[in-house]
Design a protein around this ligand. Structure first.
Ligand code: SAH
Ligand code: SF4
Length: 359
């Protein structure tokens, strides 16, 4: 199975010229895949039947993947879908909607870039699964197209994409960049580069590469600790100087792109949430043009708990008082195990879900 949604427009041009079709057929194909989100090659109604048959006989599929199940949170604002890849591997993708007065809601798709993850963060359900495999760009784009199609039926559209689902995007660098290029190409999905955010636990060389791509995508770095010792405890694959290395990489990213980097900090009760650590983090970040996003940890099987609300607000206040830009992440979809760090595709997850099935 080869997904047409995984091709760059220039490759669609090559495909159509190899099929002896005029160039406008490439645009029609891109339109059908990325704007109409057609399910089947047979439904590319703009194309002559013979050309569609040729695509089918060559094994091409459109941009979509089969959906195993979709669950919706009680407030209707978070939707999680389990998709099946060509080889039977399962991945989860999430849609988060934020109502805006008088407008269509902001609709953010959170995509997975790997099945499982090799980084092993102790509080993350994906990390505890271990690594299965990298996704291709087509499989990443398919997650966006899935929700684009879902929203289209309601007259809405995808406004943002965040690479914060299962896996470490920068450990699957080439396919991540390719997916970003497809999603932002005006001839393909056409999303603004500034509407995409890549979240990484910190692959320094890849952050520098990303900075040199000439893209305007946002970068979020999962820091979780202000010192090396604590960070290594929470992110066992982090090197001995990762905190320092990441701060330097963030500065270089800002210098190259003009985009301020966000530091994510998953707050864990009794582990990294003390006022002393907040002050240590403030000292570390003082004078740097950054933003801190505090994520009260979501429950997973690992037994790491969420701090009391008061403690979260205290941590935030210490950072703010020190002049550090800081917000607490709005929690979405915890009850359907769709929140940060809760994605996994084995039974443990599906059982803890109180499902509302769609269709
Ligand atoms: N691998 C990348 C992107 C996917 S994880 C990364 O780690 O950045 C996306 C975010 O969810 C990261 O900031 C991660 O630290 C956070 N996260 C993981 N497990 C979590 C949990 N149980 N509760 C809250 N946030 C979690
Ligand atoms: Fe992987 Fe990110 Fe989870 Fe860490 S938090 S295990 S890097 S997905």
């Amino acid at each position: 199975m080869t997904l047409l949604g995984g091709l760059l427009p220039a490759e669609v041009d090559e495909l159509t010229s190899r099929m002896d079709l005029p160039r406008y057929r490439a645009d029609q194909l891109l339109q059908a895949v990325h704007r109409e989100c057609v399910e089947d090659v047979a439904n590319i109604r703009q194309w002559p039947a013979q050309a569609r048959e040729q695509l089918q006989s060559e094994g091409w599929e459109t941009g979509l993947l089969p959906v195993i199940r979709t669950v919706v949170s009680d407030d209707g604002e978070t939707t999680k879908s389990l998709l099946r890849l060509g080889d039977g591997t399962l991945v989860e993708a999430v849609l988060m909607q934020y109502p805006e007065e008088g407008k269509h809601p902001r609709s953010t798709v959170c995509v997975s870039t790997q099945a499982g993850c090799a980084m092993g963060c102790v509080f993350c359900a994906t990390g505890q699964m271990g690594f299965e495999r990298n996704l291709t760009a087509g499989e990443v784009v398919a997650q966006v197209l899935h929700f684009a199609r879902f929203l289209r039926e309601r007259g809405e559209h995808v406004t943002n994409v965040v690479f914060m689902g299962m896996g470490e995007p920068l450990a699957n660098y080439a396919e991540t960049i390719r997916a970003i290029r497809i999603l932002t190409d005006p001839r393909a999905f056409g999303l603004g580069q500034r509407h995409i955010t890549v979240s990484t636990v910190g692959v320094v060389r890849s952050i520098d590469r990303l900075a040199s791509e000439g893209l305007q995508v946002g970068l979020a770095i999962s820091l979780h600790a202000p010192n090396e010792e604590l960070r290594q405890e929470l992110v066992p694959t982090a090197g001995p100087t990762s905190v320092r290395d990441l701060l330097d990489a963030a500065s270089r990213y800002f210098d190259a792109t003009g985009r301020r980097v966000t530091f994510e900090y998953a707050l864990i009760d009794g582990v990294n949430d003390s006022p002393e650590l907040a002050s240590e983090l403030a000292t570390l970040l003082r004078g740097r043009r950054t933003h801190v996003n505090l994520i009260p940890v979501n429950p997973t099987a690992g037994g790491y708990g969420r701090p009391a609300r008061k403690r979260v607000l205290e941590f935030e206040r210490i950072l703010r008082d020190a002049g550090i830009n800081c917000t607490v992440r709005v929690e979405k979809g915890t009850e359907i195990a769709a929140a940060c760090g809760q994605l996994r595709t084995d039974d443990a997850n599906q059982r803890q879900v109180n499902v509302t099935l769609v269709e």
